[in-house]
Design a protein around this ligand. Structure first.
Ligand SMILES: [Zn+2]
Ligand SMILES: [Zn+2]
Length: 366
């Protein structure tokens, strides 16, 4: 007597596709041969559950089964199913529920993307849209790789579902099976559009959040947005590596940001408000008159923002920029004019040593 597929799955004849799927998952996991090694009874039940699912999950087969199930020669849909095919069916439907090595083969590959942002954007945090061409789920088959109403995947006959083939000789290595490309499964009725891959190259777009204080080389992972899996295996992840465009003036040291502030002689002498670059644009900073190279000013809270607590500071290091006479050329009116200004400055300094007291003391030529 043929098995009653509904009874085997413990569902009633009006069960929805979803109820059937849930019952199959629960029972297949409970009787899985990997959990009951050398238990022929569990194996027999596992195969029966798998056959019942192949029939009841396919609307055409289920309808045929429903109309004939009470007749003496009922359509059972019941091709014999070996244990390997039954195992493969489970992972084709639910991915690698038992967490075995097979998972690695069927899971989609990760997609890697390098996103370059400005230094200031990484410090302050931002959100960016990225676009690229990559494999996404085939819209025709929904990623299954199979034609609508197809017969489901079949164990690869060349490698017997193992996905690898051992070469000739005792020490020969195992290599990926060329027929099933290491998957152990073959589509009997592959989707025409994606030829069974379940995926197609397409333009994809994502928004990536870059949290404040992101360091160069940081990785953002967008779960399950990598390449689609094979035969129901889960998708890979999208891994976005953050690359920083250097800032011409600003550099980071821990939670602080450093900047060299270049001042002309007259600016340094007078002091006053001078624009200073920061990650949030220029700010006017009060420079004390008579400031020298090496002086440091601290802009509180202008450093790296923190999730909790006080942000870092910006440290401003003053450097006096010495005029470069060579920029005016070897001769000419401009050069002569500037030489004259310098001569005047020397003359004035000689009569007012207090203007540059340390220089005067050291040189002792006043
Ligand atoms: Zn397809
Ligand atoms: Zn194979």
């Amino acid at each position: 007597m043929a098995q009653d597929h509904y009874a085997v799955l413990g569902v009633d004849a009006k069960a929805s596709a979803d109820e059937i799927k849930r019952a199959y998952r629960r029972l297949a996991l409970a009787t899985h041969p990997d959990r009951h090694p050398d238990d022929p009874e569990a194996e027999e039940r596992f195969r029966g559950i798998s056959i019942a699912y192949t029939v009841l999950s396919d609307p055409a087969k289920r309808a045929r089964y429903d109309t004939t199930r009470h007749l003496p020669e009922a359509f059972t849909g019941g091709q014999e199913m070996n244990v390997q095919t039954a195992k493969d069916l489970l992972s084709a439907v639910f991915g690698d529920v038992l967490g075995r090595q097979r998972r690695q083969r069927k899971r989609g590959r990760d997609i890697r993307y390098t996103l370059t942002v400005d230094f200031a954007e990484a410090i302050l945090g931002t959100e960016k849209e990225i676009r690229f061409e990559a494999l996404g789920p085939c819209s025709t088959c929904g990623g299954s790789g199979e034609k609508a109403g197809g017969r489901g995947p079949q164990t690869c006959s060349l490698c017997s579902g193992r996905g690898e083939i051992k070469g000739e000789g005792f020490f020969a290595p195992w290599t990926a099976c060329g027929r099933c490309r290491g998957m152990g499964l073959i589509h009997q009725d592959p989707c025409d559009r994606c030829r069974g891959r379940g995926a197609r190259r397409e333009s994809r777009a994502f928004r990536v959040r870059i949290p404040p204080g992101t360091e160069p080389g940081a990785e953002r992972i967008v779960r399950e947005q990598g390449e689609p899996g094979y035969f129901g295996g889960g998708p890979g992840n999208l891994r976005v590596t953050i690359n920083l465009r250097d800032d011409p003036w600003l550099r980071r040291d821990g939670d602080d940001i450093h900047v060299d502030l270049w001042l002309s002689l007259s600016e340094a002498a007078r002091g006053g408000k001078i624009p200073v670059p920061t990650v949030s644009g220029e700010v006017m900073v009060e420079i004390p008159p008579g400031v020298s190279t090496g002086a440091k000013l601290r802009l509180r809270g202008k450093g790296v923002p923190q999730e909790k607590g006080r942000p870092g500071d910006q440290i401003v290091s003053v450097i006096l920029e010495t005029p470069r006479l060579d920029a005016l050329g070897g001769s000419g009116a401009a050069r002569a004019e500037f030489e004259e200004l310098l001569a005047k400055l020397d003359e004035f300094s000689a009569t007012h040593p207090g203007l540059v007291p340390r220089r005067s003391a050291q040189r002792d030529d006043g």
